[in-house]
Design a protein around this ligand. Sequence first.
Ligand code: HEC
Length: 353
Amino acid sequence: MKRFYWISAPILLTVSFTLLPLTLFESHGQDREQTDFHPSMLAFSKAIIGIDKALPTGDINAMLSHTEVLKRELAEIVTLEPQINEDIIEVFNELRTRIGSLTSELESLLVNRKFANVPQVVNDIRHTCVSCHVKFRATGDETGFFPNIGNVISGEVRVLKLDGEERAKRSDVVVFLEGVKNETGFPLPRKNPVISQKHRRFEPRILPVMKGTTIDFPNDNSIFHNVFSLSKTRPFDLDIYPPGESKSITFPRTGWVKVYCNIHPKMVSHIIVLDNPFFSLTDEKGMFVISGVPDGEYTLTTWHEFGKQIPIIGKEIRVSGSTTNIYSLTMQEVKRSVQHKDKFGKPYKRKYD
Ligand code: HEC
């Protein structure tokens, strides 16, 4: 793939331990008193195991009844609390909300007998369970990364400021794998990701996507905006369009796409177009989770808006045997702001700053 400019930092720590396979969890559960388990999590586990079993046979009714359990337990999940990382409770709440919306989506697909997207939704549910466990469950119990299938790659990214001091906010670093192959290609996301124009900002500022993805650019503001990019990867100009309208662009090639508005110079968004769906955006604490990774040898790489402007090859890693692999990465910032010109290559008029 085309290389970006980035810094990939040394891997400080590599730990791996065996993940309990899905089916083993059931027997593991029998070893422990059921009262040991959080009741909603126990119900969630049974539901996801049930859905996994029904998926290959296409037994929609079975899947639907397990989905109902997930839905019912969501109401009970209010008693679930993080065991670690309580300081980023918004991330916990977001993951909990995501489980809710994915469950509703799954239910509606099954009720309407629209099977095509079901495996992807189940996969997203699985990833959400794993992400929450990696970030909020105290480890030490081999069920911690349940119900992942394949390998988990997770860890933390530290961000060093220009002066070498550590930045407290470590979000918006893209961590991704290069070299993951799939003969038939990876499925595109079933919904287009969105970069919206809100309060004179592009939201989100950083968006990693897989190549071939179409991104929607709605104008959710009360004023006119323009969206353009002079990037080599995908140059485009959506012209000026009014509030309430949306336009879309497909990104067929990998690379870095800087997106600007020709009217408001402070509106900036970075699209990172990647080769495969194995990527993660760090949260405030710099944590990332990539789940469901097939066995193989890959390059683990990071990208950051203010990262070092030299091409650096990422870290070669090898994962196999359904393991959890934890990496600690460091990223050095080399700048803190970037000046850019308008779409005609001219400086912006000051009054719009
Ligand atoms: C919002 C975060 C979050 C989500 C989403 C989540 N879990 Fe959990 N899970 C937890 C926490 C926290 C614990 C530890 C519970 C405790 O003991 O207090 C846990 C524990 C578990 C356990 C171990 C039970 C125990 O008490 O030892 C299993 C199994 C489990 N979850 C399954 C699932 C499955 C399956 C899903 C997805 C369908 C899921 N969880 C989604 C946060 C989450």
